[in-house]
Design a protein around this ligand. Sequence first.
Ligand SMILES: Nc1nc2c(ncn2[C@@H]2O[C@H](COP(=O)(O)OP(=O)(O)OP(=O)(O)O)[C@@H](O)[C@H]2O)c(=O)[nH]1
Ligand SMILES: [Zn+2]
Length: 179
Amino acid sequence: MEQAFAHIITSIGENLGREGLRDTPKRAAKAMSYLTRGYQQDLQEIVNNALFPSENSEMVIVRNIELYSLCEHHMLPFIGKAHVAYIPKGKVLGLSKVARIVDMFARRLQIQENLTKEIAEAVFQVTEAAGVGVVIEAQHMCMMMRGVEKQNASMTTSMMLGNFRTDERTRNEFLSLIR
Ligand SMILES: Nc1nc2c(ncn2[C@@H]2O[C@H](COP(=O)(O)OP(=O)(O)OP(=O)(O)O)[C@@H](O)[C@H]2O)c(=O)[nH]1
Ligand SMILES: [Zn+2]
């Protein structure tokens, strides 16, 4: 990856020998590895069995989980927040694990719609909940810094599974609580 970044730097017409750029391929490779570290993680490992018995079967919502991802089209950042909800069925998930699941998928190359679906399916799988809802609101640098250059457009995507999909009241409760 260092060689690839060195190639990019010379391709844009910069001088790789210049003092300020000397360590840039190494730094850039390290940063890119960090931004895509989700490829090195798997669901079982990050959840680490942090599931706890509970008789509570009311909706659990984790709001405003900040999210930094890279779009798979331009490899430019998209930045926003995720709201994740589920209805427990006998067990609840450790609070931080919801955010870790968001991060694991965000730190891979994505389009926002698929990211939303992957998070919802992962939470559904590990919690075995009655239903899961995920909403993501994000702004895409590929649409702000370049291309159509719209600074205020943001995209909202959602994925509803189980009773969030079949029961309108459940879905509306979630949507009104994150508003
Ligand atoms: N649906 C969706 N589209 C995305 C996402 N991230 C980037 N895009 C879009 O992917 C599309 C790629 O379009 P192309 O025409 O192949 O690429 P481009 O010439 O760079 O397009 P422009 O961005 O319009 O300049 C663009 O419309 C982007 O806005 C995403 O998460 N979801
Ligand atoms: Zn893009």
